[in-house]
Design a protein around this ligand. Structure first.
Ligand code: SF4
Length: 390
């Protein structure tokens, strides 16, 4: 997660709640992506440090347990940067230019100059972040799936280039010759297109071509599949996507909760401020007087009821609103109470860390040590297969 400072309920419902659950099911590495923040905010890096610590406290408050998961800061594990550099040597430019978020983000953040090397390369930095831990699964939202797809391609290419056993290439070339001139030529050109331009379609066509060969031996077929995709030893395993269900957390105005819309409730906000924010929320604009019936579908408070209220409360709000049986202040109360109640354990957990920043620093220091041990082991093997272990 990028260090964006204090988190809000959108982050909690969209990401953190899921992480809290995952930490009991998998060995988890959660990190503050401070280098990623620089890819877009390189001109204003001053508040990154403060944001890092605020965010880590929010993670702890939400229930991430340093005894169950490893929490660390990216820039404190320089192996991410070394792997990023090494992977950059083998990644075709087209793969990065093709990532859908590249153009989207440039468009969205028009006021910044993002025609930089770092910004183009940030999905590859993400690949390094994942591959350096040889991660099996990456919890992401649908918008990040293309990045994981690219990570898989990068891993495949790396394994292809550096994971082959001696003699593999000669054996594959002999197998190509055995396919017959015409097929061999087509296979070679598809393989070249995939390896040089990252053309996934060419890879699929080459696979289909191999499947269709009737006279090819099983051994040759496997060799040629391997030759297309790597073959030999897997140094960097391809990670899988663990799709996070989309959580629709509405903000105070009914739009998606987001800092840029100014419609957030903070993760550790005090109870009075939460009550006040909910109390002053806009309601159905047609409901001017207490005696006017309203329509919950036109009211952002109803959206919060859908997240926070049980069935009985929801039908009380629906009926009360439509019949003008309840007032808006009355209707808002259970929502405010539920948010305050949800946050109570978070505020309690956070207190300890807010009062003792040293404790937060030592949790992160320990996490960084643990992460670095894992990352170092990967880099040792990576350097060795490239031939840099001297
Ligand atoms: Fe919205 Fe509730 Fe007022 Fe209806 S009664 S307009 S749902 S706040």
């Amino acid at each position: 997660m990028r260090p964006t400072g204090k988190l809000h309920l959108g982050h909690y419902h969209g990401v953190l709640k899921n992480w809290v659950q995952l930490q009991h099911e998998y060995e988890c590495f959660f990190f503050v992506a401070d280098w990623h923040a620089l890819t877009t905010h390189y001109e204003t890096p001053y508040d990154i440090e403060q944001s890092v610590w605020e965010m880590v406290i929010d993670w702890l408050a939400a229930g991430i347990n340093p005894g169950s998961a490893t929490m660390f800061v990216q820039s404190r594990v320089p192996e991410h940067a070394e792997l990023h550099l090494l992977l950059s040597m083998i990644t075709p430019l087209g793969w990065l230019e093709r990532v859908p978020t590249y153009k989207d983000q440039q468009e969205k953040l028009k006021e910044r100059d993002l025609a930089t090397y770092g910004f183009l390369g940030y999905p590859l930095l993400q690949s390094a972040d994942i591959l350096v831990y040889r991660a099996g699964w990456v919890p992401v939202g649908a918008d990040q799936v293309s990045h994981i797809e690219m990570t898989r391609e990068v891993a495949r290419r790396f394994n292809h280039l550096y994971g082959r056993e001696p003699g593999f290439e000669e054996q594959a070339e002999a197998a190509i010759k055995r396919m017959g001139k015409k097929t061999a030529k087509l296979y070679e050109s598809l393989r070249k297109r995939y390896l040089e331009q990252g053309d996934g379609e060419a890879l699929e066509t080459a696979r289909a071509l191999l499947r269709d060969q009737q006279n090819i031996s099983l051994g040759d077929r496997e060799r040629l599949y391997g030759f297309l995709e790597g073959g030999g030893k897997v140094i960097l395993p391809e990670p899988q996507v663990l799709l996070t269900p989309e959580a629709k957390m509405p903000g105070l105005d009914g739009q998606k909760m987001s800092k840029s819309y100014g419609n957030t409730i903070g993760l550790r906000e005090d109870a009075d401020s939460i009550s006040e924010k909910v109390r002053t929320m806009q309601t159905d604009p047609q409901r001017v007087r207490r005696t006017d019936p309203g329509d919950p579908d036109k009211c952002p408070v109803w959206q919060l009821h859908q997240v926070y209220s049980d069935e009985a409360t929801k039908s009380w709000a629906q009926q009360g609103c439509r019949s003008a049986g309840i007032g808006c202040i009355e209707c808002k109360k259970p929502v405010a109470d539920a948010i305050i109640e949800e946050q109570r354990p978070m505020r309690e957990r956070a207190k300890r860390y807010e009062e003792d920043p040293g404790l937060v620093h030592s949790i992160i220091a320990e996490g960084c040590d643990h992460a670095r041990d894992a990352a170092k082991a990967t880099l040792e093997e990576v350097r060795s297969v490239i031939g840099l272990a001297y």
